[in-house]
Design a protein around this ligand. Structure first.
Ligand SMILES: Nc1ncnc2c1ncn2[C@@H]1O[C@H](COP(=O)(O)OP(=O)(O)OP(=O)(O)O)[C@@H](O)[C@H]1O
Ligand SMILES: [Mg+2]
Length: 244
């Protein structure tokens, strides 16, 4: 992080069209160092597409800056090396690898440019995966796979960790465990976090500010209190999921 810049990530008028559909439509926002920045919005709002733009999966209109540097158009591996790491909405693990091998693989794409096996070990413990260390990843349950994606992403030593619906499919106890893991990443490891999440109770506990989008456009951005009392947000999104 360059001294004096607290804007870690800045999106300026970004748009991504798939044919006639603008999945992300003229969106601008800033994520500051140390934040847990929340993103909410109905199904198909463009949340995961936004992650795909930030991490360089697709070309787009507009500009994204990271740590004061223009990262627009950079390939995915270069963006990862600069310090942006992510997990996927549908868990993606290498089934032929063990937990340890998977985390080490993340470590080889690290932002420091050097493989640090000690740090990879720490991330296995941090994500509560010690017992599964030598197991093939296909033996993990859903929570285990989600923990593994996070451990492998963290093994890259990111400045920003972006998680996409980490609570989806988890039971109440598992949601608490995942919430604590994300809090610890932010507070104990000092990593800025961006989280897409449908469970508003979890999102409002973890994140501030929260950006709500619909049809690729911003509906509002603000504190959890501002978001949950915003009439447009209630109309488009919270109506039936507020108590989820
Ligand atoms: N590769 C693609 N090609 C064509 N259309 C796409 C592509 N990826 C996403 N879309 C469309 O873009 C819109 C936004 O999709 P996106 O997956 O970003 O939504 P989302 O907010 O993550 O939704 P969900 O909450 O269901 O995960 C949807 O209409 C989707 O069908
Ligand atoms: Mg999505």
């Amino acid at each position: 992080m360059k001294k004096g810049t607290d804007k870690m990530l800045k999106a300026i008028n970004i748009t991504k069209k798939f044919g006639a559909l603008a999945a992300v439509d003229d969106l601008s926002f800033e994520v500051k160092e140390g934040q847990v920045f929340g993103i909410a919005g109905p199904n198909g709002a463009g949340k995961s597409t936004l992650y795909n733009l930030i991490t360089g999966f697709y070309k787009y209109e507009g500009k994204i800056e990271f740590d004061g540097q223009n990262i627009t158009g950079l390939p995915t591996h270069k963006i990862a090396r600069l310090g942006i790491s992510r997990t996927f909405q549908i868990p993606q693990v290498f089934e032929s690898l063990t937990v340890e091998e998977s985390v080490n693989l993340g470590g080889r794409f690290g932002s420091s440019g050097k493989f640090d096996s000690g740090y990879c070990d720490e991330m296995i413990s941090f994500a509560s995966l010690e017992k599964e260390r030598g197991n093939k990843t296909d033996l993990l349950n859903l929570l285990g796979k989600k923990r593994l994606m996070i451990a492998a992403a963290m093994a890259t030593k990111p400045k920003i960790l972006m998680v996409d619906e980490p609570m989806a499919g988890l039971n109440v106890l598992e949601i608490k465990q995942m919430t604590n893991l994300i809090k610890k990443i932010n507070q104990d490891l000092n990593v800025t976090v961006i989280i897409i999440e449908h469970f508003m109770k979890v999102l409002t506990e973890l994140a501030n500010p929260i950006l709500v989008i619909e049809n690729g456009r911003e509906i509002c951005i603000g504190t959890p209190e501002e978001i949950t009392s915003n009439p447009e947000v209630i109309a488009c999104y919270l109506g039936d999921t507020h108590d989820a």
